[in-house]
Design a protein around this ligand. Sequence first.
Ligand SMILES: O=C(O)CCC(=O)C(=O)O
Length: 288
Amino acid sequence: IFKQTFKYYKQKATQPSFDDVIDFKNARNLDSVIVKQVPSPSNDLIGELGLKYKENWEIYELKKVPGLFIIPNSFTDKGRRMWANKCVTEYFKKPHETNVDPFDDNPDKMWESSYSLSLLKCCPIWKLRWATLGYHHNWNSKQYSEQPCSELPSELRKTSKLFASMIGTDDFKAEASIVNYYHVGNALSPHDDTSELYLEAPLVSLSFGLSAVFLIGGTSKDQKPEALFIRSGDVIIMSGASRLAYHAVPRILKPTSDAQLKSSSVADNLDLFMSHSRLNINIRQVHS
Ligand SMILES: O=C(O)CCC(=O)C(=O)O
């Protein structure tokens, strides 16, 4: 039944109905969630990590998927730019691993002549699908490297620790991160995350750029998943029972306005890229 729902939201022939999708921005289907408030982090940390100043932070938990928390709209515009910029200028470079390693000898080639959307689509940056930081996850063997391939950047460590502490996990150790790069038409098939050797720790996931439909069910594919919109700046935490739940990203939503700006600088290139892409950074603890 998970696969059916996945196919429904992934379909290209007709646009699926989003009536049942939990939507925090437009306050739809929020009877499926429980909300609680947690105190705001320190101002220093908020500034450094590009987070929003809020008196209290609201955390939502899915009633049907206990342990799945969403903290919507957590980053400022400047913060989102900072994170997006790191994904497309730093996180794919050696010693981190990516699916486009041949370009690592000259990472600046990633952006070569990307001054319009059609040119951008020819750039190596458009072919980037994933980067792994810290312990490298081998996609075929589904095992982590014995030693970390790179140091996990401090902003990833601090952000994941902060969000883990919001759900009461104060000893989270950020050891591995996967950055997923998506464009309209891409999807991530139903899967569970069980490669980590310690599965009690939560997984913290940050999203930037285009919105997506995210599905999360239970430990069996026979369980009907819940569908929710994930938007730029939303944070998801998978903990407890939901940590082992099947999940998927069937659909990346098209840009609302057709951003076709002509770019002449690196900053404009980032805007062009981000208005046609979704970035997901998830941070994991591998060992106990
Ligand atoms: O892109 C997402 O929001 C989910 C990513 C994910 O499930 C994964 O990397 O295992």
